[in-house]
Design a protein around this ligand. Structure first.
Ligand code: SAM
Length: 285
């Protein structure tokens, strides 16, 4: 991967977009964090979801969001840009990734950059300041593979929330989550490949990778790798209640008339038999 030195806030993003549009992006000049944000994250939808769900429970909009496993802190930055008065705390133990986020997501906020705080630490070590919403997305909490480890994390989340506070987690599943397979999606200037490398039915562990393919036929192999346990919604629901949360809802994705997922998540106790699904868990303090 080519080294990119930010010359102005947003420089990397602008450069990557230009390379992608001209078909010149390749495994050497592409920035892996930009590729990740473009292909994996859908933060705008998550901001709307956070506002809607918080208002449903507490009749007002939240102001302070903490993003655990924040990586490049895209959610933090977009949260602060989303509404005047919003503040965000991002926590991640990877210093270089946080630095990338500071340069490419936080600095472009200009006047509002000071409303984002990034902490380089293990998410289990941080309990203050108390937040309205604690979001742990893109399945990063699956790195905790035992009930003891995940329970300790959930208790820490509970202790990190204000009295009116929500924990938001995402989860995926369905029969296709348990098979070795590659799923490919084309974006402008590159292809994204989600590689489920293996699943252990005894421990529930899975290894997954993200690769990126480019117009010149070359691949950026294993740009990101994950070593997770696939937790089911039911066992996570129970563990959240055991960890002190007062109520837990599952938000299941709706479908359009053709039966395709529509990106709108609503409380459900039924789900459906989709071969692969993503759902959100919302736990109330
Ligand atoms: C899949 S990325 C998530 C990025 C972003 N939050 C998202 O939603 O796409 C996972 C991040 O979690 C961080 N991470 C994993 N375990 C952690 C822990 N115990 N404490 C802090 N950060 C952790 C890694 O450094 C990495 O940046």
């Amino acid at each position: 991967m080519a080294k990119t030195t930010p010359r102005h806030p947003g420089y990397v993003r602008d450069r990557m977009k230009a390379l992608a549009a001209s078909g010149e992006l390749n495994a050497r000049n592409a920035d892996r964090h930009w590729l990740y944000e473009e292909s994996v994250q859908n933060v705008d939808r998550e901001l709307e979801f956070i506002d809607r769900v918080f208002k449903r429970h507490y009749g007002r909009k939240p102001t302070f969001v903490r993003e655990d496993f924040c990586g490049t802190a895209l959610l933090c930055a977009k949260w602060v840009a989303h509404r005047r008065g919003n503040t965000a705390l991002g926590v991640d133990f990877d210093g270089p990734t946080l630095d990338w986020g500071r340069a490419n997501n936080v600095a472009p906020l200009g006047d509002r950059a000071g409303r984002v705080t990034l902490m380089e630490d293990d998410v289990r070590n941080v309990t203050s300041p108390l937040c309205d919403v604690l979001a742990a997305t893109n399945f990063s909490w699956w790195g905790f593979k035992t009930r003891a480890a995940l329970g300790a994390y959930f208790r820490n989340c509970h202790a990190s929330l204000r009295q009116e506070g929500l924990l938001m987690l995402d989860c995926f599943g369905g029969p296709e989550a348990q098979v070795a397979q590659e799923e490919e999606r084309s974006l402008e200037g590159f292809d994204y490949i989600w590689d489920q490398d293996g699943y252990n039915p005894i421990t529930g562990e899975t290894r997954c990778h993200i690769h990126f393919d480019f117009p010149d036929g070359k691949r950026l192999k294993r740009a990101f790798s994950y070593d997770w346990r696939i937790w089911t919604l039911a066992e996570t629901h129970d563990l959240l209640l055991e960890s002190g949360f007062s109520a837990v809802d599952v938000y299941w994705e709706g479908t359009n008339r053709g039966g395709e997922p529509n990106g709108i998540y609503r409380i459900s106790v039924k789900g459906d038999s989709a071969p692969a699904w993503v759902a959100y868990l919302i736990a109330r303090r």
